[in-house]
Design a protein around this ligand. Structure first.
Ligand code: NI
Length: 257
């Protein structure tokens, strides 16, 4: 089976002791590609290096909703745009979006830079990787007002209802499904996965986080996607081979590869 992990964070210090050995083991286990996802200016620069260092790796540039104050610095957007222009393995802008989970958040600032980074993606002709937590309505509304259907991209770690899924599907978006779908209490997500056509699903780990059963709580790794594949196959009543091959092709389409 050939796997494409569309969302991981291998710059995390959890991998500092064995990154190279782990990558070799993952590759041997069928992981063909990983897209490493930026969350701030520093990880955007790291992805420029990683994508040059590791053949199988793609990367993104972008700033996470709770860190968008970084984008108020002069030259920040220009630096991200330069990275995208000069490295074709930087395949998307993300993860960007809205996160209303925490008490002390500046909603207008998050919204301003969600829009700003969508416009960056539009100029660079790249898709977007969206992080949205406790902000379903505002996320869909801002995407519509920015005509996100012309930009395209993925709803990372999809966690909303199947009714909301309809709205993102109508904009042609993919849905990143990961370890959470294997959790026994993930009833709402299992329903959404049943509802979303396989043609709009991509696999993601969010490594080192969100490790699937039976390894929940431990450090995640891209070859654990096989557990996610099994659960999607079970929910949809199709074979694991079909889940693998269709999601692999979807990931290539998402990232223009
Ligand atoms: Ni992530």
């Amino acid at each position: 089976m050939k796997l494409f992990d569309t969302h991981a964070h291998y710059n995390d210090e959890d991998y500092d002791t064995d990154r190279e050995a782990l990558f070799e083991a993952m590759r041997a286990a069928g992981v063909a590609h990983v897209t490493n996802i930026a969350v701030d200016m520093e990880t955007s620069r790291i992805n420029d290096l990683y994508t040059k260092q590791y053949d199988f790796m793609y990367g993104t540039v972008g700033v996470f909703p709770t860190d968008v104050a970084e984008l108020e610095e002069p030259g920040a957007y220009a630096e991200l745009e330069q990275l995208l222009l000069n490295n074709e393995k930087l395949v998307a802008v993300g993860e960007i979006g809205l996160d209303y989970h925490y008490d002390e958040i500046d909603k207008p600032l998050q919204q301003k830079h969600f829009e700003g980074q969508m416009e960056l993606a539009r100029r660079a002709k790249k898709p977007i990787v969206i992080h949205s937590r406790d902000a379903a309505r505002d996320t869909a509304d801002i995407m519509k007002s920015c005509r996100a259907e012309e930009i395209g991209g993925v709803m990372h770690c999809y966690s909303y209802t199947k009714e909301m899924a309809r709205e993102f599907l109508d904009m042609g978006f993919f849905f990143g499904i990961g370890g959470v779908v294997t959790f026994k209490n993930a009833k709402k997500l299992k329903e959404a996965v049943d509802f979303i056509p396989l043609s709009n699903i991509v696999l993601e780990t969010d490594a080192p986080y969100l490790t699937p059963e039976p390894f929940r709580g431990k450090r995640n790794r891209s070859d654990h996607l096989t557990y996610v594949v099994s659960e999607i196959a079970r929910i949809k009543g199709i074979t694991e081979e079909e889940v693998c091959s269709v999601t692999y092709n979807n990931a290539c389409k998402l990232y223009g590869k």
